[in-house]
Design a binder for this molecule. Structure first.
Ligand code: 9MR
Length: 548
């Protein structure tokens, strides 16, 4: 279906282009193109918008803009928007510098040119009826606050109370501009009239993916993986991906909720997009995941008559059948679509079964409630039968470095091994943060190695903050500390002969931690930053791979 749609789309596009070409070529009124530079020389660089506020969403209100000066008030107003339904109204100004400001820390990058645009006018108060000015000069200023503060006046314009005037400007911030907090504000140079502001945008050139730094994947024989979604498979993200990684994990596309949203209704398209890319570029794929308590639809645990499954023999059989059907459908699809080229070389068969707070150290998930602790063994046995002997079967869990979870893991693995369960390997997710103990990580890797199991790092990220902390800005020191920790961790991983090392996302914007457990726009736990540029964490990863 998808292929047919693509082909039809391509045919339609070609037809439109052909018609346009004919029209253009036949049009006698069309002027000769003026001589000039080639299109590529004049093509504008891609821009990344780092701030965009139209004050149109009543729920967002003033969208982070604050009063600048004592007695000043800012409010969203629907009176005379420049575009959309709202603008910002600034009242109570008693000094020219009084106005409205917004925190742009984390959006400004020294060393590149920023383009700023906005629309301004004087407020209703600025009219003959009130004696206030009907026109006046306003300006947008960027300030780096702190001890050694600096100001850049970006755009100045004469504005009136009768219509909107564009304010546009650029600023080339020197590369050595010091660290600090940044704010952008609107003020005037004389008038004390109310001010209105709308459609503020700050943009800067999108830097190309770096081609002058070492490829992580090329620096080692260990497969280097990353979690991806379909959006990572085109454009710059794909370029970054193919430069540094030779293995993929589907961040969500192979989870039960995506693959089988309703019983017997399979949707392989999201997974195929990732697997097709892997096959086209010779990458391996780590399958994630088959049996998990999350991202698994309710129907798995619901009887046909709508009641929740119990631990009765009949219900247990139904859930076991569903487990097998799910795995078999995936295996059949992979065989059909890819044959011997199928790229999935390993699976997280059971994900996150540990819970050190429960009586037996196991998570009492719906799988457990219906099938008992044996669901883990059943999942591995079924996966072995369905996927065959060549696929590496993983048990994957988080915080395996924590002593209580390490104990629970070792005890679970030991009992699985003594029961002859076909488990090959352990996946350590490694969602860590600054201050995480490298020694604890090493102790866990030692403990699993002692059981004779293979292991991998499946979801590495190193958060700058704990999940309940708020990050106001990201300092160079934090990023350096992150890089140093990543280096030490990777050294320890490499020393334990891992099957692969995988990070949970390509670049910071793509991290799950940006939205968990709430919006955290500055959290930066990955190897590449929002612009896809290498961070100290990348340097640390590379150094860890090549140490020793
Ligand atoms: O990053 C994933 C996020 O997009 C999903 O909403 C979430 C629930 O399916 O899962 C996240 O990935 C998790 C992974 O599947 C298992 N280990 C923890 C990961 C981060 O929560």
């Amino acid at each position: 279906m998808r292929r047919t749609a693509l082909i039809l789309g391509a045919v339609a596009l070609a037809a439109v282009v052909a018609v346009l070409l004919v029209l253009v070529l036949r049009d006698p009124t069309r002027p000769e193109p003026a001589p000039g530079p080639s299109p590529s020389a004049t093509a504008p660089a891609d821009l990344t918008t780092v701030l965009s506020t139209g004050f149109d969403d009543p729920e967002e209100g003033v969208a982070g803009w604050e009063p600048l000066g004592d007695g000043v008030e800012v409010a969203r107003s629907e009176d005379v928007p420049h575009a959309g339904s709202g603008s910002l109204l600034v009242t109570g100004r008693t000094e020219p510098w009084h106005g409205a400001q917004v925190d742009v820390t984390g959006m400004i990058s020294p060393g590149v040119e920023h383009t700023v645009s906005a629309w301004a006018r004087l407020g209703q108060g600025g009219g003959e009826d009130t004696g206030a000015d009907r026109s006046g000069e306003v300006r947008l200023t960027l300030q780096r606050t702190g001890d050694d503060e600096q100001f850049w006046h970006l755009a100045t314009a004469r504005v009136t109370a009768d219509g909107w005037t564009a304010l546009t400007g650029t600023v080339d911030l020197p590369a050595d501009t010091a660290d600090g907090e940044w704010r952008l504000y609107l003020e005037s140079t004389g008038t004390l009239a109310d001010l209105r502001l709308d459609d503020v945008q700050v943009a800067r050139p999108t830097p190309p993916v770096q081609t002058d730094i070492a490829s992580l994947a090329d620096a080692t024989d260990i497969p280097i993986g990353t979690a991806v979604a379909e959006q990572d498979l085109t454009g710059r993200p794909a370029e970054l991906l193919l430069r540094h990684f030779d293995q993929l994990t589907a961040e969500n596309a192979m989870k039960p909720a995506v693959v089988q949203p309703a019983e017997g209704e399979f949707d392989f398209a999201p997974m195929d997009a990732i697997l097709d890319f892997a096959v086209a570029h010779g990458l391996t794929v780590h399958g994630h995941t088959l049996v998990w308590h999350k991202s698994t639809p309710e129907w798995f645990f619901t009887a046909p008559d709508g009641r929740p499954l119990t631990d009765s023999p009949a219900d247990q059989q139904l859930l076991r059948d569903r487990m097998r059907t799910h795995m078999q459908a995936i295996a059949d699809h992979l065989a059909e679509r890819y044959g011997t080229d199928q790229p999935v070389s390993s699976w997280d068969v059971v994900n996150e079964p540990l819970d050190p707070t429960s009586s037996d150290g196991l998570r009492h998930s719906p799988w457990y409630d219906v099938l008992g602790p044996d669901y883990i063994a059943q999942a591995f046995t079924t996966a072995r039968e369905v996927f065959g002997p060549d696929i590496t079967l993983y048990l994957n869990d988080y915080d395996t470095d924590a002593p209580d979870r390490r104990r629970g893991l070792v005890s679970l693995l030991t009992s699985l091994q003594s029961a002859g369960v076909p488990i090959d390997a352990v996946g350590h997710q490694m969602h860590l943060r600054l201050g995480s103990s490298v020694e604890r990580v090493a102790a866990t890797l030692d403990a699993v190695a002692a059981l004779g199991l293979r292991q991998a790092v499946t979801e590495l990220d190193v958060a700058l903050t704990a999940s309940d902390q708020h990050l106001d800005s990201v300092s160079t020191d934090q990023l350096t500390e992150q890089g140093d920790l990543v280096r030490q961790l990777v050294e320890v991983f490499v020393a334990h002969d891992p099957e692969f090392l995988s990070v949970w996302g390509l670049y910071d914007t793509r991290s799950w931690l940006r939205s968990w457990p709430r919006e955290r726009p500055l959290e930066s736990p990955l190897l590449f930053d929002d612009d896809l540029q290498a961070k100290p964490a990348y340097q640390g990863f590379l150094a860890g791979l090549t140490a020793g």
